[in-house]
Design a protein around this ligand. Structure first.
Ligand code: SF4
Length: 354
């Protein structure tokens, strides 16, 4: 599994505190040189257990095809089981069909589109570059180019996102019939523009009741439309679960290239420095306790859950029993899982088990 991080955006979203730089021809050229060097130096870390490639960011679709071709060409030739690229709807509209067809020729078979909302006012507030109509156009262009596996991202839990508007957003999303939908509750990050707005009293966070209502509606509407809720924030039409991300949740090793990218070899985590020029990195060897906590946290976020034996060996029996009694855990076929009706409070449930 390979992850490639593209640290460029063309503007910065209100809620985002990721490391990212404004793309320019000079910077993307320097980035491509550095990443090709890094791939050559670290190619020994690439394993072919699950041959997936994920190009994320930032905004990978700001890169011209020629740069993407150079990067993919630097990797060992591989028959990808899944090759995902994150894309901004406005980039896809501006660059049009030739760009999308070029992505397909490069081997990209899954697009993850940062739609976030179909409402123009909401998108302006988020400082996204597209509007609702452009999001739909980008989606249709991707279909026209032959993409049959498209994921869209949506955000809920914004204090001025009314339930009515959320309902319309969900209806619009379902009408496009993407194979996959990822939905995240807005979180206020201290270093983001939204963090500053909140500190200055210009934004008040949505209360828990609103977030829960919108999450419940999300689950209901997508389930009625035939989507499988396979991870707390992820829904897929049957058989269209993300292969790459699902493997993260099972703690399958992966190698990450590029500024700010993470890697994991089963025992160690590595973080590349978030800088185009400084290629240093930090490494952490996981303790058995780190591994226990990670395994629990990742597996219990999924509908697949975790082997019963793991929970019995690693958690207090009285806590397991009381969670089973309250319906916060369910056991089936030798596995424990958090029922969908309790996904919203899964962090609390996992904390109790830890
Ligand atoms: S949310 Fe994505 S597109 Fe927006 S600024 Fe952050 S990395 Fe860039």
């Amino acid at each position: 599994m390979i992850y490639i991080h593209v640290p460029f955006c063309r503007s910065f979203c209100t809620y985002c505190d990721f490391y990212s730089e404004i793309a320019s021809e000079e910077r993307t050229g320097r980035y491509a040189d550095a990443i090709c060097r890094e791939i050559a130096e670290r190619s020994g870390e690439i394993t072919d257990d699950i041959p997936t490639l994920y190009i994320g960011g930032g905004t990978p679709s700001v890169l011209p095809l020629s740069v993407l071709e150079r990067i993919v060409g630097a990797l060992p030739p591989t028959e990808w089981t899944e090759f995902t690229l994150e894309a901004n709807p406005e980039d896809l509209c501006e660059k049009g069909l030739p760009y999308l067809e070029g992505l397909r020729r490069l081997g990209v078979d899954r697009l993850s589109m940062g739609v976030q909302s179909f409402d123009d006012g909401m998108l302006r507030w988020m400082n996204r570059r597209h509007n609702g109509e452009r999001a739909v156009r980008a989606f249709r262009l991707a279909r026209e180019a032959g993409f049959r596996n498209i994921s869209i991202d949506l955000i809920f839990g914004i204090s001025h996102l009314t339930d009515g508007l959320w309902e319309e957003t969900l209806a619009k999303a379902v009408s496009l019939a993407p194979e996959h939908i990822s939905c995240y509750q807005l979180s206020v990050e201290g270093e983001s523009a939204l963090g500053r707005m909140t500190a200055e009293g210009r934004y008040r966070e949505a209360d828990e009741e609103q977030c829960r209502r919108q999450y419940d509606r999300l689950c209901r509407v997508l389930s009625d439309a035939g989507y499988v809720h396979y991870e707390i924030s992820n829904f897929a039409l049957p058989g269209r679960e993300a292969i790459h991300n699902s493997a993260y949740w099972r703690r399958v090793p992966y190698v990450g290239f590029g500024p700010g990218a993470h890697s994991f070899d089963g025992f160690r985590r590595r973080w590349n420095n978030s800088s185009l020029t400084d290629r240093s990195f930090t490494e952490e060897v996981l303790t058995p306790e780190d591994m226990r906590v990670e395994t629990l946290m990742l597996a219990l976020r999924t509908a697949r859950g975790i082997e019963s034996s793991f929970l019995h060996e690693n958690c207090r029996p009285d806590v397991i029993d009381s969670l089973l009694d309250e319906g916060a855990l369910a056991e089936e076929d030798g596995r424990f899982r958090i029922p969908e009706s309790r996904f919203f409070v899964s962090d609390e449930i996992i904390r109790e088990l830890i």
